[in-house]
Design a protein around this ligand. Sequence first.
Ligand SMILES: Cc1cc2nc3c(=O)[nH]c(=O)nc-3n(C[C@H](O)[C@H](O)[C@H](O)COP(=O)(O)OP(=O)(O)OC[C@H]3O[C@@H](n4cnc5c(N)ncnc54)[C@H](O)[C@@H]3O)c2cc1C
Ligand SMILES: *[C@@H]1O[C@H](CO)[C@@H](O)[C@H](O)[C@H]1NC(C)=O
Ligand SMILES: *[C@@H]1O[C@H](CO)[C@@H](O)[C@H](O)[C@H]1NC(C)=O
Ligand SMILES: *[C@@H]1O[C@H](CO)[C@@H](O)[C@H](O)[C@H]1NC(C)=O
Ligand SMILES: *[C@@H]1O[C@H](CO)[C@@H](O)[C@H](O)[C@H]1NC(C)=O
Ligand SMILES: *[C@@H]1O[C@H](CO)[C@@H](O)[C@H](O)[C@H]1NC(C)=O
Ligand SMILES: *[C@@H]1O[C@H](CO)[C@@H](O)[C@H](O)[C@H]1NC(C)=O
Length: 490
Amino acid sequence: MKLIKQLDIVSLLLWCILLFNLIENISSYYPCLDSIEGPVIYPNDTQFPPLIIDQNIRVNYTPSVLVYAINNNDVKKAVICAIKSGTDIVPRSGGHSYEKYGLGGRNNTIVLDVSFINVVTVDSERGTVRIGAGNRLGDVYNKLSQAGFLIPAGSCPSVGVGGHALGGGFGYFSRKYGLACDNIVSMEMVDSKGNLLNISNSNRHRKLFFALRGAGGGSYGIVTYFEFSIHRKPQKVTYMSFEFDRTVKAQVQQLFYAFNKVGPSLSNDIGLKLRLRKDLLSITGVYLGPPRQAKKAMRRFLCDAPKPINPIGTQYIQKTFIESVETLSNSSKYDVFSPKHNPNFFKVKSFYINKGKALNETAINVLVDYLDKAKCTTLASFDLYGGVINDVYYDKTSFIHRNALYCLQLEANWKYKERDDQCVKEINDFGKEFQSNFTSPFSYQGFIDRELDNWQVRYYGNIFGKLIDIKKEYDSCNLFRFPQSIPVMI
Ligand SMILES: Cc1cc2nc3c(=O)[nH]c(=O)nc-3n(C[C@H](O)[C@H](O)[C@H](O)COP(=O)(O)OP(=O)(O)OC[C@H]3O[C@@H](n4cnc5c(N)ncnc54)[C@H](O)[C@@H]3O)c2cc1C
Ligand SMILES: *[C@@H]1O[C@H](CO)[C@@H](O)[C@H](O)[C@H]1NC(C)=O
Ligand SMILES: *[C@@H]1O[C@H](CO)[C@@H](O)[C@H](O)[C@H]1NC(C)=O
Ligand SMILES: *[C@@H]1O[C@H](CO)[C@@H](O)[C@H](O)[C@H]1NC(C)=O
Ligand SMILES: *[C@@H]1O[C@H](CO)[C@@H](O)[C@H](O)[C@H]1NC(C)=O
Ligand SMILES: *[C@@H]1O[C@H](CO)[C@@H](O)[C@H](O)[C@H]1NC(C)=O
Ligand SMILES: *[C@@H]1O[C@H](CO)[C@@H](O)[C@H](O)[C@H]1NC(C)=O
């Protein structure tokens, strides 16, 4: 019942509708799943409905069965069962795909959930950690921090490391330590024949190693374990926050001027997110060191604008590393240690703004105007890239966005299902025009967006063909697929 308590009224209502629909379904039974050691849960089970509800309640799908694998053998059995029974199989880690691709983006699949494959074993001699693909980021930060280490990853504690690292994985520590995918040393993956592969840059699966680090979510196989390189956590971390007067349009322009101009050359110890909404203009950030140094490192940013930027609220607070994780995700210690969902209706568009092509005054005005007038409340967040993210050579991983100044995430939020169509259309229409008028043609595959046109190029640029070749080599029958997976042919 604990799961249910976490859902608010809206999702509870949705759950009831779902449950009602399910009772009418006659579920099919898979004898070949009987020997699985972990829980196998069919739709007629009372536990089932809450297990397919996640952060995103705008879209949902009903699998034929949920398989909670507890080891590699369970995963192999499930894949072989899927092949034999002619049913589609889909991997799920944290279930946080923006389009519910952790449920396949369609009904009636076997969902192979890896939540119980969740060890975190540090090898401090080698400087690596073995992480089960079912861990949530909160657990990863927590367990690693206790051992004195970190891996760079996103800020939301309930995101699964599986889908996250395979799609890139950006966070506040990425300018210093890279993306989550940049820190992968090797992986174990069950392929489309049910074989377990160990994949690294130094064995015969080198090409697959390339494909999995950026384009890996759901297209090539089921990753069960990651080996990441680890970094010693800094002793002192500074949480930084600046509030600005959103009603002064000139101040918005000043801030972007500084962000564009000074952002790329800021110290790699700094991570920054700028937020802009109808009623909000703020920067949240982190400095990997004590407050005194943080202030120094930020001085240029706050002074280099044509007119000095004057925040109406400024905070530099010294924290331990794990405290900074809590604060940056705006969650309590409990939420980091025991991550939970926060179900709501939302739709996200993403845009890369590349170095030398910063958003100009016109673009900012167009955006501000949209945020002011949009019928559905919309937040624009700008994650500052640069640092070691941009040092990785374009061809080394399948995450191609190595020339970005920042990534803009546009997120519309609403409270009632009836508004779905209106809010989705509004942000889709604006996003399309804004991208073609002002930003690069590229978008972040980690913020996956089902209605995005030409996504093949926006996500993967000119390596898309190479990704198809690798797909053909490892999954020629296209067992692992979803509406935006890497296909076996163009
Ligand atoms: C609240 C929230 C905050 C976020 N914050 C950030 C952020 O700070 N930085 C950032 O970069 N991204 C962020 N994201 C995006 C997030 O990284 C992606 O949505 C990611 O794909 C989620 O991974 P998951 O395992 O939770 O999702 P899932 O839905 O389980 O999986 C996502 C996709 O990966 C596939 N997949 C999952 N597990 C495996 C596996 N073991 N092997 C192979 N394929 C697999 C699934 O089939 C699916 O296609 C955020 C998302 C949300 C909802
Ligand atoms: C639920 O469905 C499965 C698969 O069809 C079946 O084996 C099981 O007996 C059903 N359980 C109940 C309680 O109806
Ligand atoms: C998926 O199943 C649900 C409930 O069983 C149903 O309401 C929905 O329409 C189905 N979706 C598709 C795309 O068939
Ligand atoms: C892959 O194999 C190497 C060499 O045996 C080993 O060190 C590594 O831990 C393996 N990777 C995973 C994720 O199991
Ligand atoms: C942080 O959480 C609190 C309470 O949950 C909420 O009121 C506040 O708006 C959140 N702040 C941000 C920046 O999301
Ligand atoms: C994009 O440019 C076109 C053509 O100049 C213009 O009509 C449209 O309003 C612009 N839209 C946005 C969102 O910038
Ligand atoms: C702003 O940038 C857009 C896209 O690069 C360009 O078309 C436009 O002319 C620029 N406007 C100004 C005022 O520089």
